[in-house]
Design a protein around this ligand. Sequence first.
Ligand code: FEO
Length: 403
Amino acid sequence: MKGAFQATRISEHVWWVGAIDWGIRDFHGYSTHRGSTYNAYLIVGDRVTLIDTVKRPFLEEMMARIASVVEPEKIDTIVSNHAEMDHSGSLPDTLARIQPERVFASTMGVKALRDHFHLDRGITALKDGETLDLGGLDLTVLETRMLHWPDSMMTYLGADELLFSQDGFGMHLATSTRFADEIREEILYEEAAKYYANILLPYSPLIRKLLDRVRDLGVPFSVIAPDHGPIWRKDLEKLPQWYALWAEQAPAEKAVIVFDTMWQSTALMARAVHEGLAEGGVESRLMPLGASHRSDVATEILDAGALLVGSPTINNQMFPTVADVLCYLKGLKPQNLVGQAFGSFGWSGEAVGLVKAELDAMKIEPVGEPIKVKYVPDEDALRACRALGSQTAAALKEKSHGL
Ligand code: FEO
């Protein structure tokens, strides 16, 4: 009788033996509202090789899927493409159980795995471009340092024209099918964009170089097998095209207005800014932080050209939710944005200046002047907010036409 967990064959020599995490909703601060998968892969040639493992709570699911193809003890080689614990968390237990002859990682991966798990066995470092013999099948290393960790690497199985792309080209998406061509394209686009915005955006210059490098390799690709989400066996040009677009971070005619509010004054200002943007013919997203997750804000900014941030002052500070989102966005290093700060205050009114300082630190080009309103905005104040929206629209149109 078949076991509960089966592997899925994805090419002549490769099986998916990962795990589906339907319940995860927070992935180190990123809202994963459709869950995720941790993809591990089994290559079966004259040798049996495991590419990556899964998050620690899913060890048994991975082992059961492996066992549906071969006895796990037959694995004699493990390749760790990435040391982050959603892919390496089950490595120590897997090593203890199956005692593989060989374990490989990138040079930085060897160090990262040692510092994570303090293993008492050796791991062999693989160099960029090196080819590993998996018993009649060649696996070639494409080091992708800082995409998105120092240890990150991809591996290419020539016999199946298959790229194990690790976090690259991945997305947090739990599904009952394993293949992208069985999932609606708008879901794929939305989740791939969210993944790029929240994980890969700071490394966009490296992505551009990687895309060039992969193209210059001149090798055929029939399958892209990432460490999260679906596997691509059709329309392989789609993901690189999306990545090329996102990596460019070209200024677009879209604005994001992020704000929080205490007594609806800053909310009223935000809505007036939005009216001005609409009048100027620019799409804008109004994102109240009481109802918008920081990682969804980051996703909206991926194809935006303006960021306008509103905050009331509380205890001489900006609102905590605004501080949270600014801290998060600053780390993601969005480029080519214009923007401004606005907000209501009662007596001291530091928040707008503090927000403006953060926007300056993010190199966001200011549009007009910051707007501060005491207590409740009157008609003049709301007109000024609407004018800020119109000015922002004009600035975006000028930038996009200047491209
Ligand atoms: Fe999916 Fe960087 O780990």
